[in-house]
Design a protein around this ligand. Structure first.
Ligand SMILES: NC(=O)c1ccc[n+]([C@@H]2O[C@H](COP(=O)([O-])OP(=O)(O)OC[C@H]3O[C@@H](n4cnc5c(N)ncnc54)[C@H](OP(=O)(O)O)[C@@H]3O)[C@@H](O)[C@H]2O)c1
Length: 278
């Protein structure tokens, strides 16, 4: 499947475009510790996912204590690296100048790649040396190890603080929880991001799979010959600046989620869903 131009979204304020839907990897290769028991399954799944059109993969040094990154690294071998957009994240216990640099290098080794497309601070920690951390992120960009930088789970005030420490780059994305059933970011984070040209990467877009069983979404989906999960994802990507990274554990789910692209809910249906889920 090739991705329609309308499903490629501007990354931050850059000239780069990223797909509206990628693949999350939380739980792939373990959660808080590595699980090596299903490596062959996960590698095949990620490779199959790329073969059916996934171009953006979200991971983190936290996931499976590094093993999710290792599996992504193993899976992307042999594919054209420039066709892929790899996102990973640095853990709060690595938030000092030196530790950010060494954490990024370790992620690169696990991912078996020369650069990370988008490197995020996984979440904000009060009292962390954010100025040093942002300087370290800029150094990684300067050294060509990271193409773009961003944050995750940052409030507007925290985004502003992070941005104030940057001298020649800007953050391009904030990865935050956002779904049709969890609209908290619409109060301030989403309008701020849309105004400031910062991409919102919506995580847990299916509410851990719960939305795939939602009757209202399924009913609307019938009009378009789409499933409830596809309606939930399409609702998200209909918003300016919003892309999303559902995690899928089977190729059927990967394909279904990619099928949330290539069409759009009507304005009337979006308004109806907005009312139903508010
Ligand atoms: N930055 C952060 O702090 C943060 C926090 C949470 C998540 N994330 C990222 O966001 C990604 C997505 O969030 P998430 O994993 O929390 O939740 P999610 O994507 O909302 O839900 C994943 C669950 O939905 C199921 N699912 C996926 N596609 C489906 C479909 N088409 N039909 C039915 N069920 C489906 C999956 O089941 P199967 O496995 O059976 O397919 C899985 O159990 C994560 O993997 C991670 O990369 C980031």
């Amino acid at each position: 499947m090739s991705i329609d131009a309308s499903d490629l979204k501007q990354l931050g304020n850059t000239s780069v475009k990223i797909p509206a839907i990628g693949l999350g990897t939380w739980g792939i290769g373990g959660t808080f510790s590595p699980d090596y028991s299903r490596d062959d399954y996960w590698i095949k799944l990620i490779r199959d996912a790329i073969n059916v059109g996934v171009r953006m993969i979200d991971t983190a040094e936290m996931y499976g204590a590094g093993h999710a990154e290792e599996l992504v690294g193993e899976s992307i071998k042999g594919f054209d690296r420039e066709e892929l957009f790899i996102i990973t994240k640095v853990l709060p216990n690595n938030l000092s100048y030196d530790r950010v640099i060494s954490a990024a290098k370790k992620s690169l080794a696990r991912l078996k790649t020369k650069y990370i497309d988008l490197y995020l601070i996984h979440w904000y920690v009060h009292g962390m040396p954010l100025r040093d951390v942002m300087r370290a992120l800029e150094k990684l960009v300067n050294d060509g190890l990271v193409r773009f930088i961003g944050i995750s789970n940052f409030s507007v005030r925290e985004m502003e603080e992070a941005r104030s420490y940057l001298s020649y780059t800007d953050i391009v994305a904030n990865q935050v929880k956002y779904s049709i059933a969890d609209r908290g970011i619409e109060r301030d984070i989403l309008p701020y991001a849309q105004r400031e040209k910062i991409t919102i990467i919506a995580y847990t877009p299916l509410e851990h799979g719960r939305l795939a069983r939602n009757k209202i979404l399924a009913e609307i989906g019938k009009k378009y010959n789409k499933t409830a999960a596809q309606v939930a994802l399409n609702w998200l990507i209909s918003k300016p600046r919003v892309v999303t990274i559902p995690k899928a554990g089977s190729i059927e789910h990967v394909k279904e989620n990619l099928g949330a692209m290539g069409w759009r809910l009507s304005r009337d249906d979006i308004e109806y869903l907005d009312r139903e889920f508010h």
